[in-house]
Design a protein around this ligand. Structure first.
Ligand code: F1P
Length: 354
């Protein structure tokens, strides 16, 4: 048994992530003026958001949010693309801001991409991570560090959600009442885990299911991609992520009675997204929807309902804990060890790196 009553670091870190959410909100609050000064400054032409693995998918969730909230072109790329093919990411003559995200702050690709960015461009560098002494912090003009996101498990769970919340809160600072409403998220997360824990445990342990598809569009695509990575990393399952409407353009050929299709519903395209889930259910799949509003049983087999009262730009973290848990229970059912996934290390350090 790990500390307290938890059987593993991963389970403890998933179930205790609301404390890291609380800390993320406090970190952003403590740097309010500096963050707003960077957002408002006209020192940059656009924003490049980067990371690796989980933090690349986090970048995919944050870039559209920054573009929507700040009205500045923002783009997510893997750090290796920014490092090896900068001309395909940064337009000559532009002076972008870089937002580099890394749990450890030591991933070689992210470090080298940031170093090269600082050499080639004058734009500010903002970083989000969990370790204050990390090399990436030393390269930052502004570093948002969430200690409580630190983890012993190789896989990112509470670190991912805490860093996401820091980014979502940082873009909500202009609207004081909205920022205040985001303070309800830690308790909401706890309540959702208590309410739906048994449902996702059952789905995770359901041996009849042998393939998983996670659908998310707009701000939810990066989150669907991350949960797909969790299912692969922890349980070695057949699992993929797609934009909702893209799923019909080919991938749905894989749907059968042993398929679970999970939909991270948006507010913007909800009706179209529910239509995709209805169609996959008619093809024999089990369907699970994560939704802000209630979803009738006529639409999907199972639903996780937030009722947070928050817009989709500010409630992203609510999609994560229960799907992380489902991946965890699938891993256990597959005889895997989520704390030490097959072939993986917590940080990828390349040869020749310091
Ligand atoms: C990035 C990362 C993790 C992955 C594994 C290896 O780490 O790719 O996403 O799960 O742990 O490292 P970081 O740069 O965010 O620390």
């Amino acid at each position: 048994m790990i500390t307290g009553e938890y059987e593993s670091h991963t389970l403890r870190e998933i179930l205790t992530q609301s404390a890291a959410w609380q800390a993320a909100l406090e970190v952003v609050e403590s740097k309010r003026d500096t963050i707003q000064a960077y957002w408002r400054a006209d020192q940059y032409s656009d924003i490049v958001v980067t990371g690796c693995g989980s933090t690349y998918y986090l970048s995919q969730a944050v870039a559209p949010l920054l573009q929507k909230q700040l009205g500045v072109r923002a783009r997510a790329v893997p750090a290796s693309e920014l490092l090896f093919f900068p001309e395909t990411v940064v337009v000559p003559g532009s002076h972008p801001m870089l937002l580099a995200i890394s749990r450890s702050g030591h991933t070689t690709e992210t470090i080298r991409a940031t170093q090269a960015f600082k050499r080639q461009h004058r734009g500010p560098v903002i970083t989000i991570g969990c370790y204050p002494e990390a090399e990436l912090v030393g390269l930052s003009d502004l570093a948002l560090v969430i200690h409580e996101g630190q983890e012993q498990s190789v896989v990112q769970t509470r670190s991912f959600s805490a860093m996401l919340l820091a980014a979502q809160a940082a873009t909500a600072l202009e609207d004081a009442s909205l920022f205040e409403r985001m303070r309800a998220l830690p308790d909401l997360g706890e309540q959702l885990i208590a309410t739906y824990h048994d449902l996702v445990k059952r789905l995770g342990e359901d041996r009849h299911i042998n393939r998983f598809y996670f659908l998310g569009s707009g701000l939810q695509y990066g989150l669907a991609s991350e949960i797909n990575l969790k299912m692969k990393e922890m349980s070695l399952s057949i699992s993929e992520a797609f934009h909702f409407m893209e799923f019909r353009h080919g991938p749905m050929s894989m749907v059968n009675e042993q398929t679970l299709v999970v939909g991270l519903l948006s507010d913007t395209a909800r009706d179209y997204e529910l239509a995709v889930l209805r169609q996959m259910r008619a093809l024999g799949a089990q369907t699970l929807a994560l939704s802000e509003q209630d979803v009738s049983a006529a639409e999907v087999n199972q639903a996780i309902v937030f009722n947070s009262g928050l817009p989709e730009e500010n409630r992203g973290v609510l999609y994560l804990p229960l799907l992380q848990l489902m991946g965890y229970y699938r891993a256990r059912a597959n005889g895997q060890t989520p704390d030490a996934p097959h072939n993986l290390t917590a940080v990828v350090v390349l040869d020749g790196a310091k």
